[in-house]
Write a protein that binds this ligand. Sequence first.
Ligand code: SAM
Length: 275
Amino acid sequence: MAEAQPLPDGVDPTRPSPARMYDFMLGGTHNLEIDRQATQRIYAQAPDLFDGAWANRGFHGRAARWLAAECGIRQFIDIGSGLPTQQNTHEVVHAVDPAARVAYVDSDPMVLLLGAEMLADDGTTAVLHADLREPGTVLNHPDLRALIDFDQPTAVLMTAVLHFVPDAADPWGLVARYVNACAPGSYLALSHTTRDKIPANQIETVVQVYEGATESVFPRSLAEVERFFDGLEIVPPYPGAGPVITHAGFWGAEDPQTADSDGARAFYCGVARKP
Ligand SMILES: C[S@@+](CC[C@H](N)C(=O)[O-])C[C@H]1O[C@@H](n2cnc3c(N)ncnc32)[C@H](O)[C@@H]1O
């Protein structure tokens, strides 16, 4: 976004925001100088930052495509959806079925740009400006209810968002609220940042920089990420794998041997079916 353009209501230009920083990491234009500076502070310590963001975004797209193409899912709730970028969820799933429906949910006020700039004006998409920590508000929102039939299988996408929710807000209970609202045969696709295998100086810089942002970040261990999938059937992330949580580069990889990267190890990810 050109700095001269008027900012949407509610945007705090004095603090970096996770949505705008991630947009910058992915080469987008909906970010401010303060977001770019914060991102560069991390990059100075963690040169795999941009690779990690792309690895996470790649997982998001591969999972959405797989859910539409291989599982027949036709309705998606993309929670913590982020700002307009390449390969938006509705673009990915519309390539499989143009009638597939996507409800985007994000707490960043800049997300209002999504509606203006990105959405198909064909009744298949909506953007909710809402906080995932208020599942009743999200799940009962009339715009979401207009798109999502909870009697039919639904994919809940929660990629790179739950690490912005502290333990005190019970992110595990929140995920369960969303999954419980969905019919059997629904899916959860989730990714989450971790400090496992990441050099301590790098992850501490990430945590410190986000402490000055609109949301703090809470990296979690493999066991803590696995807990998000309690009661669900984790799908193997690539042919020959078991039902495991893996790193972002591996999921859906044609060749898992070459899919690993330092940046991709910053994210655990998985997809699971609700029995
Ligand atoms: C790193 S981006 C991830 C975007 C996208 N899901 C992806 O993985 O490519 C995180 C997004 O989560 C949003 N977010 C953070 N906390 C949130 C909350 N409590 N409720 C809804 N959205 C939230 C941010 O505004 C941001 O757009």
